[in-house]
Structures are given as structure tokens and as C-alpha cells.
Write a protein that binds this ligand. Structure first.
Ligand code: BTN
Length: 253
């Protein structure tokens, strides 16, 4: 274990000064047989990746990490890990912010601080010959010292939101500790407690939203999260649409 950071026993940390992408590195190590609980952390990334092929800007000063898990589950279940990651990252972030600052989960896998994106999560899976998950890599980027300019959504960092003196190491330790607790609950009781906790912190629930899909944009009310983590959108026509991938924006924006 690296000096100075204490992680729960189920995690073993590999720290790198810089790497192309901690997700890419975790996937390379998965291919070489690395075990469940491998954590890759880098001080900077030269080719950080976001969802849907987007770039994740990765200068020094922020947290870039990936957890490699071997959950031995069906691919549909691995998606649920994104929600417990958001809960764990949200708890870690909230510890460093003044209590009046709102930390919310944005579907599917983002974390908002006072309505602006502070963290993103990138899940990647490898499937074995039997169709089960061989490895699951959960990448997490948290903006601490800097954040990119807003593109389609406002962005922020912990420092900009009022945190002082928070290091990537502090955040990683707090995140892994919360993640271990949530993973235990998930294994013991299934997705329902995760789903309920996520809904209690969800941004936009019960409100008008736009959902940008690959080829269309839908509007309606964010009515619920289904038992597998899909967003339930209630349209003006009274239809309930089940959405499993997309980008969410407030209706008016
Ligand atoms: C998103 O919001 O689009 C997801 C961003 C995920 C970024 C993290 S940073 C650590 C890990 N390595 C990557 O290349 N991406 C994830």
C-alpha cells in the first residue's frame, strides 16, 4: 500500500504519477489477471476519457482513479455499480464541503455540487464466454483544484464550491471507505437500498427534464428509477418511458 493512504483491506492501491487513463490501465491489468479490489490512482491523465467518447481533462490536482472489480454477475447488474459509486463519491465529497452546499446525484452517473458537475463516473465491463461479467472497471474523476469550462452542463470543483485543503489522497480514502460499505449492502440486500438512497439524493426527481438520446431528445417528468437503475420518464402524453442511457438536462435549459 502507498504510504499515507489507508484503504479498506479489500482494496490494494497502485499509484502512478501519470498515465493515459486509469480506466485503460485497470483494463490492461484485468487482462493480466489482476484481482478484485485493485485500485489505480494517477496524479494526471494524458488521455482521460468520459462517457460517450468524450475527453476528460485531467491536469494535476484532481482525483483520477479506477476500481477493478470481479463481481461475477450478469452485465445488467454491473450497471447498478454506477449508482453506489455516485453515493460513495457523494459522501466523500460532502465531508469536505460546508453543510449548506448541496451534493446531488445526476442520472445516470454524475455528481453535482450546487447544480454544477463536480465528478463523473465511467463504467466499463469485460464479459466472459458464458456471458457473465469477467471484470468491471469503475473510473471516477473528481474536480478538486480545477474544472473544465462548461460545455453542455455547468461544471465546478471542490475548491470553487468552498472546500479548503482537500487532497486527492484524502478523497480517495474517503471514497473507498464509503464504497466498501455500499458494496457490502449491495451484496447483502441487492439494489433496492442503493436505489432508495440514490433517489433521496437525486437531482431533478419529480421535475421536468430533457433527455438527450443518441438520435432523439425526449421531454417529460423524471418520475422514478426502475428496479434496475433505468430512468422512468413520464411524457406529456402520459406514457412512461424506460431509459437506460442518455444525458439529462433541466427542461427549461
Ligand atoms: C463522464 O462524466 O463522462 C465520466 C468521466 C470519468 C472520468 C474518470 S477519471 C478516472 C477514469 N479514467 C478515465 O479515463 N476516465 C475515468
Amino acid at each position: 500500500m502507498a504510504r499515507g493512504i489507508v484503504l479498506p483491506a479489500e482494496f490494494h492501491l497502485q499509484r502512478l504519477e501519470a498515465v493515459d487513463s486509469t480506466n485503460a490501465e485497470a483494463k490492461r491489468r484485468a487482462a493480466q489477471g489482476a484481482s478484485d479490489g485493485t485500485v489505480i490512482q494517477a496524479g494526471a491523465q494524458t488521455a482521460g476519457r468520459g462517457r460517450q467518447g468524450r475527453v476528460w481533462e485531467s491536469p494535476p490536482g484532481n482525483l483520477y482513479c479506477s476500481l477493478l472489480l470481479r463481481p461475477d454477475c450478469a452485465p445488467g447488474m454491473a450497471v447498478q455499480a454506477g449508482f453506489l459509486t455516485a453515493l460513495a463519491a457523494g459522501e466523500a465529497v460532502a465531508r469536505h464541503l460546508p453543510p449548506e452546499v448541496a451534493v446531488r446525484c445526476k442520472w445516470p452517473n454524475d455528481l453535482l455540487v450546487d447544480g454544477a458537475k463536480v465528478a463523473g463516473i465511467l463504467l466499463e465491463t469485460g464479459i466472459d464466454k458464458t456471458g457473465r461479467v469477467d471484470w468491471l472497471v469503475i473510473g471516477l474523476g473528481i474536480n478538486i483544484a480545477s474544472h473544465p469550462p462548461a460545455a453542455s452542463y455547468p461544471t465546478t470543483s471542490l475548491i470553487a464550491a468552498g472546500a479548503d485543503r482537500v487532497s486527492p489522497d484524502d478523497l480517495l480514502a474517503a471514497y473507498c471507505a464509503s464504497f466498501a460499505v455500499w458494496r457490502h449492502r449491495w451484496r447483502e440486500f441487492g439494489f433496492e437500498p442503493v436505489r432508495r438512497a440514490w433517489l433521496a439524493k437525486a437531482s431533478g426527481i419529480g421535475k421536468g427534464i430533457r433527455v438527450r438520446l443518441e438520435n432523439e431528445e425526449l421531454t417529460g417528468v423524471f418520475a422514478d428509477l426502475d428496479p434496475g437503475g433505468a430512468l422512468i420518464l413520464e411524457t406529456a402524453a402520459g406514457e412512461r418511458r424506460r431509459i437506460s442511457a442518455g444525458d439529462v438536462f433541466p427542461a427549461a435549459a
